[in-house]
Structures are given as structure tokens and as C-alpha cells.
Write a protein that binds this ligand. Structure first.
Ligand SMILES: [Zn+2]
Length: 391
């Protein structure tokens, strides 16, 4: 049965009374059919409304063959009965989607008039919206020009006019995209004089209500260009978040907020130099420690538990490996790990390590000249090192 689409005929209302006609069970949920509805069903790139029907939360709204299907949970569906119902619309969410949808018309219309490039598809997302434009790329200057032209369009506050047009008269309108086929009436949305588009979504009454539209960026997408944008209150929230982050970085780096990009690059350059210097010093220190370690050992076995972490152990072990043919096993007291190293081609570390590793509860892996692993406690690691030193 057809549902009266009150979301087109009524102004945006928070509540409305309707009649539940039917409740249909549906794979773990239920579909509610009303005589009329204020809930817009998903379509035209805009997601369906949310709200409640007699307190039951809407999970989704879809349209099928002129019927609007309101999906609720199976439990909520079981609590509903045919008869009068109070519909409550999530107005802030609807308003947000409507702002973005109308913003999309303006952006697509201006993109066409300014660059000659048509919008092929669009999506009004809950966080970010996109239009896919039939062009291989847009320069940064073009994106700024589009954003400025949209801001002009918002300030002009042009009325948004809905025309209900029979298909045979559709050529009266200079449509930006091809109208749907097989409709009794085609809904044409006009931004006065500027943009004409067949559309089934929800729209503002004038462009001024969009408030503001920001193009966040663009990227290549399937031979086209996908332009990302936000509008209305999302711009305000985004600006607030960026300002808070900008202020935090500005205070930390002691540079004006307008220069934080430059400030961060300079900071990274400075820390990069410090990191390289530190690494060189660490390597130098490891070489000295390695020399001490191997003194007097041309071959055989060297083993010890160092007051270090595994990174330092690995640096020392690798430096020591270049100075001797001894099999070296170094434990890292700080994290219970160990590394084993050997440059003699006749020695296979695995044959020296396997049995004591298992005996004292360690785990590890490696090849014949390098092996590393870990013990759950220092006692196991110490016993393992002792056993290895007696090899
Ligand atoms: Zn629309």
C-alpha cells in the first residue's frame, strides 16, 4: 500500500501523529508500515531518517514500490500494534543531512558553470560528503575558486524551488543531470536561476540556510575527481577542532598559529639531527663495550647478562661479532630478552641454544649466525646464560 510522503508536504516537524497499518517480521527485525510518514527513506545519495515510532527506535527507512518501510528491532516490533502512533523525527540529524544535500546541489551547479565539468555521483555521508566530478583533476586554485563561488551563492540566499513536472514537460528545464525514467511526476529542484536537478531528497528553502561550505580536498577516483566537503554546523565543529589543535601546537612550539606548519617542519628537522647524532653515539658506545667483551676471546663462548635492553644488547652483540669468532650470548636484564651472535661459519648457534632454551622455559628463533628470544623471568634467563657459558 502507498504511504503518504508527509516529509515532502509538511515543514520539518519534530512530531506527527500517524496510523500504523501493519507490522511485518523481517529476519530478526520488523518493518512498520504507516498511512503517512515524516521519515525520509534512503535515496538520492541521502541516508534515511532516524527517530521513533511510539518509542521504537528506527534502524533504517527504505522505499519499495511506493511503500515506506520503517525498520525497527524485532523486540520493538513486537511491542507495536496497528492503530494510532506518535512519530518523533531526529530533527538535528535531518537538518544536517538536508544542509549537506542542498550544499551539494549548489556545489555541483557551480562546478558545472565554472569548470564545465558535470557531477556523476554524490554521497551525503554522516561525517564527510563527496561529489565525483567527470574530470581527471582539479588544481588547488580551482578548488579555492569553487569554494569562494559557493560562499557567494550562500550569501546571495537564493530560494530553492521544487517543481513537480510531468515527464513530457521535463525538457522545459535545463537539467544538470538525466531525469529518472518511468516516474509519473519528476521532482525538479531549482536553485533559482542557477541550478536545476531532478532529485528526491530533502532540501532547504534557500541557500543562505547552508551557512558555510568547506571543500576539504580532492583525489583521483576511477578516472574522475572525488571532491570532499562539509557544510553547516560541521564546518563550525571542524574549525573549532582545528583551532584547538592549532593552539596546542602553537603553544608547544612557541610559534604563531598561522605558522605552525613551518614550526613543525623546523622541529622535525631539529629532532632528526638529534636522533642521528644519538644513534651515532650509541653505535660508538656499543663498539667500546664490544671491545671490552671480546678481549682475550678469539673463539669459544662468551656469555653475559647486561644491565641493558634488547636494543643495546643487539648493538653490542653485532659490533662484537665483527671482532671475534666466539659464539656470543648476551641477555638484556631490562626486558628479559637475549641475542646470540657468531661469525664462525663452523658454528651453528641453534645447536648450542636449542636444549638450554627449552630446559629453562625460553622462546626464540633465528639462524646459524644470529638468534634471539625471550624468557618470562630473569631467573630462567640467568640459568640459560650459565648453561650456554659451559658449552
Ligand atoms: Zn537534492
Amino acid at each position: 500500500m502507498q504511504t503518504e510522503k508527509a516529509y515532502y508536504t509538511l515543514p520539518v516537524v519534530e512530531t506527527c501523529t500517524a496510523e500504523i497499518r501493519e507490522i511485518r517480521p523481517l529476519n530478526g527485525s520488523a518493518e512498520v508500515i504507516l498511512d503517512k510518514t515524516i521519515f525520509y527513506p534512503e535515496g538520492g545519495g541521502q541516508s534515511g531518517d532516524r527517530g521513533t515510532i511510539n518509542g521504537a527506535a528506527l534502524l533504517d527507512v527504505q522505499e519499495k514500490d511506493g511503500e515506506i518501510l520503517h525498520r525497527v528491532s524485532a523486540e520493538d516490533g513486537a511491542g507495536l500494534a496497528p492503530g494510532p502512533a506518535e512519530l518523533v523525527l531526529d530533527v538535528p540529524r535531518r537538518r544536517d543531512l538536508t544542509v549537506h544535500h542542498t550544499g551539494q546541489h549548489l556545489l555541483s551547479g557551480i562546478t558545472l558553470s565554472l569548470t564545465g565539468k558535470p557531477t556523476v555521483s554524490m554521497r551525503i555521508g554522516e561525517a564527510v560528503c563527496t561529489i565525483d566530478v567527470d574530470t581527471p583533476e582539479f588544481s588547488q586554485d580551482t578548488l579555492v575558486a569553487l569554494e569562494e563561488a559557493v560562499a557567494d551563492g550562500i550569501e546571495e540566499n537564493s530560494p530553492v524551488i521544487i517543481h513537480l513536472c510531468p515527464p513530457e514537460r521535463i525538457e522545459d528545464f535545463p537539467l544538470r543531470k538525466i531525469p529518472p525514467k518511468g516516474e509519473e511526476v519528476i521532482r525538479v529542484v531549482e536553485i533559482r536561476g542557477k541550478d536545476f536537478s531532478p532529485c528526491c531528497g530533502t532540501h532547504l528553502q534557500s541557500t543562505g540556510q547552508i551557512g558555510m561550505l568547506r571543500i576539504l580536498g580532492a583525489e583521483k577516483y576511477k578516472g574522475m575527481t572525488r571532491v570532499y566537503f562539509i557544510a553547516g554546523r560541521r564546518v563550525l565543529r571542524d574549525s573549532r577542532l582545528l583551532r584547538q589543535n592549532g593552539d596546542a601546537v602553537s603553544q608547544a612550539l612557541k610559534v604563531p598559529v598561522g605558522e605552525i606548519g613551518k614550526g613543525v617542519r623546523a622541529y622535525l628537522e631539529k629532532t632528526g639531527i638529534l636522533e642521528r647524532t644519538l644513534k651515532a653515539r650509541e653505535e660508538e658506545l656499543a663498539r667500546y663495550k664490544a671491545q671490552d667483551l671480546v678481549r682475550g676471546h678469539r673463539d669459544g663462548v662468551i656469555a653475559g647478562l647486561l644491565d641493558a635492553d634488547i636494543n643495546e644488547v643487539l648493538r653490542i652483540g653485532k659490533a662484537a661479532q665483527k671482532l671475534t669468532e666466539a659464539a656470543i650470548l648476551l641477555g638484556a636484564r631490562k626486558d628479559g630478552k637475549f641475542g646470540a651472535f657468531c661469525s664462525a661459519e663452523t658454528v651453528d648457534l641453534r645447536s648450542l641454544i636449542k636444549e638450554p632454551l627449552e630446559t629453562y622455559g625460553g622462546k626464540g628463533g633465528g639462524g646459524h649466525s644470529f638468534f634471539q628470544g625471550v624468557f618470562p623471568n630473569e631467573k630462567g634467563l640467568s640459568l640459560f646464560i650459565d648453561a650456554f657459558s659451559k658449552k
